[in-house]
Design a protein around this ligand. Structure first.
Ligand code: NAD
Length: 490
């Protein structure tokens, strides 16, 4: 059955003004899964108006009351967990094992975390000059625009809607045109959770049209953007009109360093998760493996053997460890990087093609790919965003750090060592918003998530996220201060 969803504006689904629609395809076999109304400029305007109307009432609710409703929404996601896991797998190609164990519970838990946070996020009382009381309250920003990519749509709802709503903002979210289904299904649960009409509006559409219009909209006070660095730059430019606040979660090229004293079994397994989970479509993927020269051969042999044994298949099958990439266009892009790696003199150690199995021919599959590459090559610098990892040897800690930091990105990085001093030393010297020691890609709603350099600015999660979605207002009261003598003649 082919589903159909409208735009979700002011608590209702409606068609777009110009009746344009998007086709949503199943990446496993390229069949039509759904048609979805495609938002244009007029629809984004309607959504911003609805969010503006809803703002006074929502922002005036107590934190306890907003939190209660977010907790109900978290429970509703859990109650529909199987359905969400299936829908997310169908739409994105993530294996059902992943959507069941990670995407769906993480989304619910993030709403739960921010539901709990809503009545605990406090202002402060700076100690100022004698005789004055100064207190700082954190106020919501107003209407927030949220623009998200296609790699973890339901999870990003928790990451973005959770703190924005907990802080008292109302939202217009533009999901990726490729994978809007779980976000639209979530909209159907808002009313029962007690989230009033207009507080959340969802406008699937193309970036150049709906996204750009939202980013430039004078009625929007902040844009929280997750996506590529290239698009991030146009969001910055578009936001200049009304000097919106911005939060940018952009691309990455994560270095994952294996030292000679590492537990190699843990490092091989962890490094495979770092790159191949979600088909490598993760901003924080460990896409550059740096391995100490003395353990290179053993590590590579075991890593390549693991990579080549990963089971590709129908995302709905419980056996599947890797599904298809999310779109045909993206698969072509990843395959172009394989060709580039070869052109640049890289050696493909495993993978590099599409699987030969006939039942996967129609889908957007790419084999887990490991390439031995020179650290100066383009494939070691540009984000591939697929199941594609480069391996490069290094001689000592200084060289590992120099290679790891030789990128304008700075999102996630990992290292594997048993030496505690080295672990702390290297972690301190990595130019990266997040560092994982003897693990990779750990994320939790309480721990700040974000990058430095061309990976963007601002942080998701935790108290940082609440600060991102609020403005500080500083209020001064003269209790019994002697007024300074400048004008005392009146
Ligand atoms: P993208 O930049 O092409 O698109 C992201 C979103 O922006 C989509 O919704 C798209 O429609 C919209 N968009 C496109 N052009 C726009 C414009 N001119 N104005 C406003 N919006 C526009 O990225 P993608 O291909 O969807 O996602 C992959 C990228 O996202 C990778 O670079 C990845 O690293 C990054 N990403 C970053 C994080 C993070 O937290 N740092 C997380 C996930 C993905």
């Amino acid at each position: 059955m082919v589903l159909h969803y409208g735009l979700f504006i002011d608590g209702e689904f409606s068609e777009s003004r110009d009746e344009a629609t998007l086709d949503v395809l199943n990446p496993h076999d390229a069949t039509l899964l759904a048609t979805v109304a495609e938002a244009g400029e007029a629809d984004v305007d309607r959504a911003v108006e609805a969010a503006s109307r809803a703002y006074p009432a929502w922002s005036s609710l107590s934190g306890t009351e907003r939190g209660r409703r977010l907790l109900r929404l978290a429970d509703a996601i859990d109650d529909h967990a199987d359905e969400f896991a299936r829908l997310e797998s169908l739409d994105t190609g993530h294996p059902i094992r992943d959507t069941t164990l990670l995407d769906v519970p993480r989304s619910a838990d993030t709403f739960r975390y921010f539901g709990g946070m809503a009545d605990k996020f406090e202002g402060n009382l700076p100690p100022v000059d004698a005789g004055f009381l100064n207190y700082v309250v954190r106020e919501p920003i107003g209407v927030v625009g949220q623009i998200v990519p296609w790699n973890f749509p339901l999870m990003f709802c928790g990451w973005k809607l959770g703190p924005a709503l907990a802080a008292g903002n109302t939202v217009v979210m533009k999901p990726s045109e490729l994978v809007p289904l779980s976000t639209l299904r979530l909209c159907e649960l808002l009313d029962d959770a007690g989230i009033p009409r207009g507080v959340v509006n969802v406008v699937p559409g193309y970036g150049a049209r709906a996204g750009a219009h939202l980013a430039a909209h004078p009625g929007v006070g902040k844009i929280s953007f997750t996506g590529s660095t290239r698009t991030g730059r146009s969001v910055v430019a578009a936001s200049a009109g009304n000097l919106k606040r911005l939060q940018l979660e952009l691309g990455g090229k994560g270095a994952n360093i294996v030292f000679d004293d590492a537990d190699l079994t843990a490092a091989v397994n962890g490094s495979a998760f770092a790159i191949f989970h979600n088909q490598g479509q993760a901003c924080i993927a460990g896409s550059r493996l740096l391995v100490h020269e003395t353990v290179l051969d053993e590590f590579v042999e075991r890593f390549v053997s693991l990579a080549s044994s990963i089971r590709l298949g129908d995302p709905l099958s419980l056996d599947t460890e890797m599904g298809p990439l999310t779109s045909l266009q993206h698969r072509e892009r990843v395959l172009e990087y394989v060709a580039l790696a070869i052109e640049e003199g890289g050696e493909v150690l495993t993978g590099g093609g599409t699987p030969i199995s006939p039942e996967l021919q129609a889908g957007y599959y790419v084999e887990p790919t490991v390439v031995r590459a020179d650290p100066a090559s383009r494939v070691c610098h540009e984000e591939v965003f697929g199941p594609f990892v480069t391996v490069t040897p290094f001689r000592d800690d200084a060289e590992a750090l120099a290679i790891a930091n030789a990128t304008p990105y700075g999102l996630g990085a990992g290292l594997w060592t048993r030496d505690l001093s080295r672990a702390h030393r290297v972690a301190a010297s990595l130019r990266s918003g997040m560092v994982w020691i003897n693990c990779y890609k750990r994320v939790h709603p309480g721990s700040p998530f974000g990058g430095v350099g061309e990976s963007g600015y601002g942080r998701e999660m935790g108290f940082d996220a609440m600060r991102e979605y609020t403005e500080a207002k500083s209020i001064w009261l003269n209790v019994d201060a002697a007024i300074p003598p400048w004008y005392d003649r009146a």
